[in-house]
Every structure is written in structure tokens, then in C-alpha cells.
Design a protein around this ligand. Sequence first.
Ligand code: OAK
Length: 834
Amino acid sequence: RKPRLDFAERKGQAQRMLGLMDVFLKNDPISLQKDILHHVEYTVARSRFSFDDFEAYQALAHSVRDRLIERWHDTLIHFKKEDPKRVYFLSLEFLMGRSLSNIVINLGIRDQFADALSQLGFDFEVLAEQEGDACLGNGGLARLSACQMDSLATLDYPAVGYGLRYQYGLFRQVIVDGFQHEQPDYWLNFGNPWEIERVHITYPVKFYGTVTDEFLNGEKCKVWVPGEMVEAVAYDNPIPGYGTRNTINLRLWAAKPSDQHDMESFNTGDYVDAVVNRQRAESISSILYPDDRSYQGKELRLKQQYFFVSASVQDIFRRFKDTHKKFDEFPEKVALQLNDTHPSLAIAEVMRVLLDEEHLSWHRAWDIICKIFSFTTHTVSPEGLEKIPVDLLGNLLPRHLQIIYDINFNFVEELKKMIGLDYDRLTRMSIVEEGAVKNIRMANLSVICSHTVNGVSRLHSELLRTKLFKDFYDLWPHKFQYKTNGVTQRRWIVVSNPSLCALISKWLGTEAWICDIDLLIGLRDSATNAELHQEWKMVKKVNKIRLAEYIEAMSGLKVSLDAMFDVQTKRIHEYKRQLLNILGIIHRYDCIKNMDKNDRKKVVPRVCIIGGKAAPGYEIAKKIIKLCHVVAEKINNDNDIGDLLKLVFIPDYNVSVAEMVIPGADLSQHLSTAGHEASGTGSMKFLMNGCLLLATADGSTIEMVEEIGQDNMFLFGAKAHEVVALRKKGPTLKVPLQFSRVVRMIRDGHFGFEDYFKSLCDKIEGTSDYFLLGADFMSYLEAQAAADKAFVDEERWTKMSILSAAGSGRFSSDRTIQEYAENTWDIQPCRCPF
Ligand code: OAK
């Protein structure tokens, strides 16, 4: 690949930039201290002689924000002047986590702030810990959006992110007696210094009502008379790039009652009802739905989708019309990226605006649609695809339903010309699903109207082409691409693992890898160097100490640093097979119990760490969490076992917990049944941190094997193409005795709660073992044994660890974004001058 940017040049520009900034906000220690104290006194409104850590954090955050805003303004002005083609990234979820450290690192002023603070008697890290996480998303898709925003800014792409500013983020997970309980995350309670409320940037969003035919200049046109109107208010979140002045915008919309529409109800005299009704409007952006894949046909969810889409589309049109008159130029200036199907109403909305408000012909409007939308799906299974009941959509958005029907009519007519009257295929490909409940298939709508359909790994793309969207692939093979996911090394090494960051820069002799990750490969040259080994082990130890302290503070459990820290952290799902991990742990426990003293001496000690949230209504996932707790209770209190095996469940796993857990892991597990994980991005973060992977050949893991070699990972389990055949075997499929034995231990009440776990055991025995835990169990145990063997050979393990990090370059979101820019969006960097 061609080098992205000359690092020396970047660095030089960064230096000049710092000099220039001194004109406005100086970055010397005295100026920074003055600034912080100014914010203590006047923003936080505490006396500068008496403020606590949280107040110091607030003042610090505001000082950083001032510097951020300068660059953000400059970037917006520069984009306006240059008027490049922009990509608009529409996503219902962004999982940003904390911002402070990330921002000061990207701005290149972390050390200056740390020095200034230490002279004031504060520790930067302690203050950074005061910040709460912004959890406006569920899991993989949402964190990917956050990583991609960081890369878009760093690579100087003219991009805008659009999403919803939920008042309640993802629920907080609290464990009571081993059971998950959910508590609301009112994350805005203590204010949010990273957002800028734009009271003057608001748009009306319409719902319900009727559509009538009217005549305008002799032409028939549709007029939508809404039944409800809500106001969308913009909240801007500047996202700084690293080593650049570019700072892009993430615009999140909040719902407010619309004054316009309410005048009537106030005038009718029912003042109290009118005020209560106004509050209803705010509920649209109040809560993030916590189920990451089940579509329940809830009206509020649909309202959220349309609300954010409508406001974003109005904003995009406003920006375009500021400088352009002819809509034919629209595709030259606008690329709209659909992050899964959640924003796909944007298709019908853009069409509606072009037809009903801009009065373009259907032909011209459709031509524009086909040039501007690109769609990325993050799902593997057909059940994961979003469907909206026609009645629901027709009631809430009557004009959009008409447009979708028209798009479908034209599509089906064209299709008939191409494939003839193959009714089965026509039925499968139609946007409208007939049946007891008539549905709109949002994925079909997205595929039909987008110029490009992306999968998130090579395997995923193959599954899309051969299974999920086979009919469409056969019709339009040119539409189908894939962009293997990536994560940002700024967050996942530089922010979360500063010791590793320093070590890598020292051994590569440059910091350039921070924005040119391919340079990491240079570590391979020193993979057997004894001095590097020493330092590498030291870094891991520092991170293990940090994690062990956290575990002790949280659970009271003391863990041995000599043990292998074995981690599986991700959302709890049957297909991700946390249950396989727990069964493996029970097996290990059972083996140790049955060993004599001498054999026990040979056991490789392990600390097994599991973490993740279950969707509140997902019973089986919640049972898996409870099982983990009862098994932990038994093992951790068994004197025969001691330090040989410990099991810990880390509650409320989120971005900032991940930043602490991942660097401290020796081994991480990615156990999805092959063909079920579209990509997986957690594995990439572990890999970058030199953690070894124990994984199935699923999602992007297959590509990781190619980068770092099979010898440096522990692969196991059936391959994706074998899974179907294994399922077909059903009752004739033999499961190993070891598997039956551990399931029996649960059934027999070895860990208590046997009645409660019955349904869980029933799900994995006999024909109901859909995710093939039994079939993969022996291979899993073998991979675990291989990991034990490697771990005792310290030199071999350290070399594998170095090679894992060295080979992780392909999994940077910088690469992903560059591919999207070149092959999907057709946009160019637009770098802000210094
Ligand atoms: C969430 C809601 C609906 C559909 C998919 C998701 C989701 O989070 N999918 C995950 O996306 C990640 C980013 O592409 C992938 O790495 C995961 O494999 C996928 O499950």
C-alpha cells in the first residue's frame, strides 16, 4: 500500500501548529494552570482554593475543550471554503467511552497538561478516571463507529457523523447474587464538557398524518400533512485527528417539543395536558434500545430512526443548498453511508425531499439515490435482518411507505424483465414481505438502493454473496465489496497502554506507527531479541498488576500474577459461546480435583476472566451470567484448587473497563461458532496489545491467521463450511464423554440452582445444540492444552506475543477507512492548513 503521509512532515506541521496556537491559547505550564484555575472559578464555580478531583477534572476538560474548539472551527471553515465531497456517516449508535485522554493525545498536548497539573498537585491519570463513559451504543457496531470517526479525522477526510443523543445510554449492569440487574445510565447527570449545544441548529421532524394529492403549476404532487411535529436540536461533538489540525464533527440530535405545533393545544385551554404532551416529544431521544439484534416492531424505535434520519437529511440538504443550485451536483458532493439498516429510512426520506419539496421527477431523483448511498451490514443471520411492519410504518410515515412501495414496484418490474417470472425469487427479493404480518425488509431496501454493499470481513462478504444476499449478488455482483473492520491504535494502544506505546516507539525508533500502523511489522526483526523480551514482559506485568488490583477492589479476590490471565469479554450471546468457556473451566476444575499432588504441580495456573452484558430480555444469556457466578463461587473457595484456577466475572463491561482489561490479558478467547461472527473487533484490540488469541476460524480471525501465522495462535473448532453438515448430523453426532460429564455436573446440582440451569443444559444437549458446543468441545480442550504448553515456555510465549502485535497492522481502522474512501465513497483528504 502507498504510504499515507510523510511523518516528518506531519510532525513539522504539528510543531508549527503548537506555535501558532500560542497566539490564542498558550500551552506552557503557567498558561495551562491559569486556564484550569480560571475554569475552576468561573465554569465549575468552585473556589480556586478548594476543589476536589471531580471538579479539577471538569476544569481540566474545559481547558482542553477550548483548544479543541479552535481546531474544530478552523476545520469547519476550511471544509466550507474547499467544498469537498463529504461522507455523511449515519449510525444509530456510537460507543465513545471516555474522551479526555484521547483528545489530549490526539491534540499532542497530553504531556504539557500532565506537567501543569502535577505542579498544581494533581495527577492527570487520576483526574482522567473521574470521567464517565459515553455509552451511546450496544457493542461491536457502535464501537466500530467510534473507531472509524477517529480514523476519518486522522486521515483528514471531510466527514460528518450523525446519530442520536440518548439521555440514557446503555444500561449499567449490576450483579446481585450472581444475577444481572439493569440500572439506568443517566450519563448527562454531571454535565458533558465534550458537546456543544447548538440551540440555533434545529429542524422540525414530522410524524403521522395523511398524504393528499395536490396540483402545483399544473403538476400533480403529494403533500404530507403531519399529525405531530417534534424539534431536533443539534449537539456537536468535535472529534480531533492525531497529528493534524483536522477536527471533524459528530452531530447528535436531541428531541425537543416543537413550539410551532403546540400553539394549537395551548390555545384550546388545556394547559396541563399541553405541557404533558410536550414532554412526550423528548422521549424520542431518551433511551438507547439495549437489544443489539432483536427487532420487536416497537413504534418508539421506528420514531428514533426516522427522527435522526430526517434531521440529518435536512442538515445535509441545507449545507448543499448553501453553495449549490443544481441537484445534479448532489452526488459529486454527498456520500451517505448507512451503518447497518437502522438509518435506511434515509433512502425514502431523500427521495421524498427530492420529489415533494424540490419537485424533481422520479427519474432524476432515483438517479441521485442510486449514486449516493452505500450500505454496510454487520449481521450474518437472516433473523438478524430488520423488518418493519407495514401497518406501523404506514401509520407513522404514510408518505415514506408510498415511496417504498413505488421503489419496490419499479424494482420488481425491472427484475421480471431480467429473471422472468421466477416467483420464488421475486418473492424473496421484494422489499415487501407478504404474510400474516406484512413487513418492509429494510435490508432489501438498502441493497436495492445502494451502489455498494459492504461486509465487514472476507468471510462475512462470502456469506453475504452466497447466502444472505445471494439473489442480489447474482443480479448485481459489482455492488458487493468488503472492508475488513479495524480499530484505532490511538485508543487501543496509545491511550490504554502507554507503557507498550513507549516500548514500541523505542524499538521502532519512531512514533510514526501511531498514524502509519504498517510500521509495526518492524517489531518482527527483534522478535527474538532478549532485551526486547525483558522489556515486553515487564510491560505485560505492569498491566497485569493494574488488572489484578481492579479485580481485587471489585470482588475482593486476590489473583496470582504468575497465572495466565485468560479473558473473554464481549456481549453475552449464545453464538459467542461464553458457555463453552465455562464448560471448559468446569472441566479444568474437575481434572485438577481428580489429580494427585504431583500432577497438580504441573498445572498451569489460570485466572479466567469473563465480562459482558446480556440484553435485558435475553433469558439464556442471563442464565449464562448466573452460571459463571456459581461456578466461580465453587472454584474460588475450594482449598484444593488455590491459585491453580480462579474465575472472575467483571461487571459492567464498557469501553473504559476494556481499556484496562485488554492490556493485562495474556490470552483472549473468541469462540463464536464459525460463520456467526460477522467480523469481531475485540480480537483486534487484544492482538495489538500482544495478547495471544484462542479462537475459531470465524469472521476476521481468518485474516488474522494470514497476518500472524497459525503457529502464533490457538485455533480450534469446525470451519464455517463444516457447520451446516455437522448440524445435519443432528442426533447421530457423537459428543465426547468429557462434555457430557461437565453438563451432568451442572444438571446434578454440583454448583446449585440445578432447576434454574435445566433449560440452559437442554439447549446444548442432543439435537438442540445449534451452536455446536458438543461438537467443538474436544478441539477446544486441545487448543487450551496447547496454550498451557506454550505459556510455560516463557521465551516462546513472549515471541508469539511480539509477533501478534507486529502482525496486527492490517486491523487498524485507518486501513478500513482508507479503503472505504477510495473504493466506496470516492472522497479525498481535505487537510486543514496550519
Ligand atoms: C448490532 C445491531 C444490529 C446488527 C448488528 C450489530 C452488531 O453489533 N454487529 C457486530 O458488528 C461488529 C462491527 O462490524 C462486528 O465486528 C460483529 O461481528 C458484529 O456482530
